[in-house]
Design a binder for this molecule. Structure first.
Ligand code: GLU
Length: 509
């Protein structure tokens, strides 16, 4: 193969539903590889199986990548010179190539009906349509040429099958797995084209498009490895060996626990999404959760997905997209499956919340506040985010922790009251109100100095005062530093809350 070939890779989903997180990882690796080599990433829609087409899926996929920051250079909705990029719009192109294989005797027409095929399966154990059985079937190899022509002309449904020569050693050269050998005798004469819908099957369309779109590397999930020998044979049949892409079959994403492939059921069972965005199934109306709606930052999703099947070989776990592009190495991807660690995913989100500038987190928290009926100045929302973000993995977790900043407590946590509200607390809080009222300003430092002096003068216990004070402002025993809270609330609100607590808790006692 010509090593100087420009890097062109593609992500080629079938629009059969929401994009699985494993598909997102495949696209991400293609993106990293393309960027690293100054190459191009093509977005192709493989929609030749009309029975499995789901409306909205294509838009969903595009929106997912937009959210994640994975950019395509060419393809459906992006334009480019190799279009159309939707396979259902390339019928005529495929017909030409199917004809080429027929003319060369590398494929043949077959008329077997589904019933006839079922009957053969009954009759012959482990039936496979191949060199050993094709002579028993109703196809162009067994019927006279005129009969074939007559049937085709009369509109009888037919398929075109690939004529696999048996006994050949087929080698798939895989960047991750090395040389994978397979004997062509185990392959069946795959259907490449169906006259009924005038469309090719996945295999033919995939190979023709990779060729025409000048794809240099096919990076895709392990589930496509069994198709690769057939694809190699197709390249050969067309005489395209010299421009055959290099293959890289990525390791599977595995269940977080137990054995096997990660599935949507694992997500439902253990409580994490397996789709990038929320998906509303147009047929059933079912809603599946998505990373975006669950409160993940796209950078966190990209980072943790990138490390499922590859790692930089260092201790570094937090990598920006640019660092990933620089360090990613297709040759260092693992062969064995990668366990999907959703707990780690939340940790990544925590880390990205910490490193994201507070003001960028404001819209997400503001949306939650509005849902709770709270309208606050952006600067105040940002201040709360600054004080509290280190305590959460997700922005929505801020609400229960931060409610008291925006809503004065009307009830007081019983346990905290029992423990923290002493018989002398009302008196102390009353005095504290007087101290705070008299301050020239309400800066944290001003408060702290005055309060410390008052505590020292009266020989009070710092802990007693602070715990009781916290209870009056927060309603329980949590929250950041006291002066951060009082400063945020302001003098008026602070005094009001304190007085209300003194009154309410006195009645209670
Ligand atoms: N249409 C296939 C899919 O849905 C593409 C497989 C490939 O990348 O060759 O994943």
């Amino acid at each position: 193969m010509n090593q100087e070939r420009p890097v062109r890779v593609r992500f080629a989903p079938s629009p059969t539903g929401p994009l699985h997180i494993g598909g997102v990882r495949t696209a991400l690796y293609n993106y990293l590889f393309a960027r690293q080599h100054g190459g191009q990433l093509v977005f192709r829609i493989e929609d030749t199986d009309s029975a499995r087409f789901v409306p909205g899926a294509e838009q969903y996929i595009i929106e997912s990548f937009r959210w994640l920051g994975i950019k395509f250079d060419e393809g459906v909705s992006f334009g480019g010179e190799h279009g159309p990029y939707r396979q259902s719009e390339r019928r005529d192109i495929y017909k030409k190539y199917v004809q080429q294989l027929l003319d060369a005797g590398k494929a043949y027409i077959a008329f077997d009906t589904p019933e006839e095929l079922a009957a053969k399966r009954e009759e012959i154990k482990n039936f496979q349509y191949d060199a050993t059985t094709r002579g028993l079937m109703r196809n162009a190899l067994t019927l006279p040429a005129e009969e074939v022509e007559r049937l085709v002309r009369s509109g009888e449904n037919y398929v075109v099958r690939f004529k696999i020569e048996p006994g050949e050693d087929v080698v798939v050269n895989d960047i991750i797995r090395g040389e994978v050998h397979i004997n062509s005798s185990v392959l069946d004469d795959k259907v490449l084209y169906k006259s009924a819908d005038e469309l090719p099957t996945y295999h033919l369309a995939n190979i023709v498009d990779d060729h025409l779109m000048e794809i240099s590397h096919v990076i895709r999930g392990e589930e496509w490895l069994p198709s690769a020998p057939l694809h190699v044979l197709l390249y050969r049949a067309f005489g395209w060996e010299d421009t055959m892409p290099q293959f890289a079959h990525l390791p599977l994403l595995l269940k977080p626990d137990g054995k096997g492939k990660l599935s949507k059921r694992d997500g439902d069972r253990l409580g994490f999404p397996v789709f990038p965005l929320e998906w509303h199934d147009p047929q059933t109306g079912d809603v599946s959760r998505g990373y975006r709606e669950d409160g993940y930052l796209p950078e966190a999703v990209v980072n943790f997905l990138a490390l499922l099947g590859w790692n930089p070989g260092t201790e570094q776990e937090l990598l920006t997209m640019d660092e990933l592009i620089a360090q990613f190495d297709l040759h260092k991807c693992s062969k064995s499956g990668a366990k999907f660690d959703y707990v780690k995913a939340a940790w990544f989100n925590h880390e990205y919340i910490l490193s994201t500038p507070d003001e960028q987190l404001v819209p997400a928290f503001d949306a939650i506040l509005r849902r709770e009926g709270i309208e606050a100045q952006p600067a105040r929302v940002q201040e709360v985010v600054r004080m509290m973000k280190s305590r959460v993995n997700f922005i929505h977790e801020l609400w229960p922790l931060c409610r008291f900043f925006f809503v004065a407590p009307t009830e007081y946590d019983e346990k905290t009251v029992r423990k923290r509200w002493k018989e002398y607390s009302p008196q102390q809080m009353q005095e504290l109100c007087t101290v705070l009222e008299a301050l020239p300003d309400f800066e944290q430092q001003t408060q702290e100095e005055a309060v410390n002096a008052w505590i020292a003068k009266n020989d009070y216990k710092m802990g007693d005062v602070m715990n009781a004070w916290r209870l009056t402002l927060v309603g329980e025993g949590k929250g950041p530093h006291m002066y951060e809270i009082s400063y945020f609330l302001g003098r008026e609100e602070t005094l009001q809350r304190m007085r209300r607590a003194i009154k309410t808790l006195n009645i209670k006692q």
